[in-house]
Design a binder for this molecule. Structure first.
Ligand SMILES: [Fe+2]
Length: 345
């Protein structure tokens, strides 16, 4: 394990994950699913009714976690349509809350980063937010969000949700608190160049790394390097496949997603048993809809429960706990169900 902090920005900084944007076929249905199954609440909306003629976005929130689900409204939306054809539903953007967006973009530009959108200001009656977009692995982007002083629901242009499902008031509250880490899967031999991208352009450092001798099952193996911002509030494990008895789960992901992309989002909870129980059994009627398995996340010294699979992603609940917690909750989860059968980690 290594955590070598070599550099920090003389100006500006990366503060935390701000939000994650999914490009999906049906934003309303996707957002509804996350509210009904995972304990999120509707936060904000942008669509035809609010003057957004091309894209509809439903924003949901739980704790400090914000997900945006966006879909094209018009036929022929080339960018969103091609993304959907190539990847299916998936993560398009991982946004960071930052200080001094201009400075951070200029530093990334000097190092050769591709700037998808230059710094620009959005404004409404609640204040101003400055945004910029950088290209990272695959078709994934990073939005830098400088939102100091903005008092609106989410971002300028977003309004109060038009509809709240009455079912939500009958469901147990969610127990998920913040995004712990976001994992990016890469094709073979692409892990180190991607890690270098974060080191060079964002001045992230290596927080931790592991090779295939340490992270493998009987069938599947991978290599992983976790990069983090200076304060280590943003952690991004970067994975690549390694040779095992069967095809690595990372290689499977890259083939099915069509490129590098976000593999899973880990969400921190202070009560993993309640979080998983509430997720699996709200109203006791959707038990069969959740594919739950568990595995150790040794890079965090934590237990992670992959509580739900959707949108080409795994969602993990993470709580720093002794390993024996797994046995306490064995009655709730199906331990490692299916993972070994398919060679997964
Ligand atoms: Fe993870």
């Amino acid at each position: 394990m290594t955590a070598v902090k070599l550099n920090f920005h003389e100006q500006g900084r990366f503060i935390c994950f701000d939000h994650i944007t999914f490009w999906v076929g049906n934003a309303k249905q996707a957002a509804s699913y996350y509210c009904n199954k995972l304990g999120f609440e509707p936060l904000a909306y942008r669509g035809l009714e609010t003057g957004s003629r091309d894209v509809v976005s439903h924003v949901v929130k739980q704790g400090k976690i914000i997900y945006v689900f966006s879909s094209a409204l018009n036929p022929g939306n080339k960018e969103m349509g091609e993304h959907l054809v190539k990847h299916g539903d998936g993560v398009k953007d991982v946004a960071f809350t930052v200080q001094d967006c201009d400075f951070l973009v200029q530093k990334a530009r000097e190092q050769g980063a591709v700037i998808v959108k230059e710094p620009h200001v959005l404004e409404d009656k609640f204040g101003k937010v400055k945004l910029a977009v950088l290209q990272t692995y695959g078709d994934t982007t990073h939005t830098l969000v400088e939102r100091e002083g903005y008092t609106g629901l989410f971002l300028p242009g977003f309004h109060t949700p038009l509809f709240r499902d009455p079912l939500l008031d009958q469901l147990p509250s969610g127990k998920l608190e913040f995004i712990d880490h976001v994992v990016g899967n890469q094709p073979d031999d692409e892990m180190v160049p991607v890690v270098e991208w974060y080191r060079r352009n964002l001045l992230f450092h290596r927080f931790w790394s592991v090779d295939d001798k340490q992270l493998q099952t009987e069938f599947s193996a991978l290599r992983s390097i976790v990069v983090a911002n200076y304060e280590e509030t943003v952690k991004m494990p970067i994975n690549e496949p390694a040779i095992g008895k069967r095809k690595s789960q990372i290689q499977e992901y890259v083939e099915y997603y069509g490129s590098a992309g976000v593999q899973h989002i880990a969400m921190n909870t202070s009560n993993i048993i309640e979080a998983v129980s509430n997720t699996r059994c709200p109203l006791n009627w959707n038990q069969n809809h959740i594919d739950i398995h568990s595995y150790t996340h040794s890079h965090l010294g934590a237990i992670a429960l992959t509580a739900y699979k959707s949108l080409n992603l795994e969602f993990s609940c993470v709580q720093i706990q002794p390993v024996n917690i797994v046995f306490l909750i064995n009655c709730v989860i199906v331990f490692c169900v299916g993972a070994e059968d398919f060679g997964g980690l």
